[in-house]
Design a protein around this ligand. Structure first.
Ligand code: RP5
Length: 169
């Protein structure tokens, strides 16, 4: 990794954007550069292949790929690059997105896709940041402070709950 860390975020359709938006917000919060684009494994397969083949040369370190239904986009991109690919399954109308999840996670040996939960946009971004942090120490520090803020919020929630229990139970 050299220069500033950069993530390529690809979604199968603009209809995935409402979910993907949260992923972009977190990348921005961590100061990670990103490009985000629509590209479909089925509707624009050549573009998908070219996008993945050129990603490393274009300075990207990690790819996040979001797709729903028969969600082949992350796997197809992974087939054309050695960059780590994080698959983000988008909830579909069938069984709450189980179709998307299984289409992404069940990759054949040799072409891994690191898969987050259905609509797990925040975790997709955080996993990308964690991968990047192995080469960018400043991101490690930001992750540490992100985690302590999260822990603080949990402690506040616990304190509030204890107050409610002591008053109401
Ligand atoms: C997938 O099909 C996309 O990722 C999207 O989640 C789903 C539906 O696409 P649209 O019909 O809304 O364009 O390829």
């Amino acid at each position: 990794m050299a220069g500033r860390p950069k993530v390529l975020v690809v979604m199968g359709s603009d209809s995935d954007f409402p979910v993907v938006k949260d992923c972009l917000k977190i990348l921005k919060e961590f100061g990670v550069l990103f490009d985000a684009l629509v590209c479909s494994a089925h509707r624009t397969p050549e573009k998908a292949a070219e996008t993945a083949k050129n990603a490393k040369g274009n300075g990207f370190d990690v790819i996040i790929a979001a797709a729903g239904k028969a969600a082949h986009l992350p796997g197809v991109l992974a087939a054309f690059t050695t960059l780590p690919v994080i698959g983000l399954p988008i909830k579909s109308s069938f069984q709450d997105g189980l179709d998307s999840l299984l289409s992404i996670v069940q990759m054949p040996p040799g072409i891994p896709v690191a898969t987050v939960g259905v609509n797990g946009a925040a975790n997709a971004a955080l996993l990308a940041v964690q991968i990047l942090a192995t080469g960018y120490p400043e991101l490690s520090q930001k992750l540490d402070s992100y985690k302590s803020t999260m822990a603080q919020k949990v402690e506040e929630k616990n304190k509030n709950l204890q107050d409610i229990i002591s008053k109401e139970i």
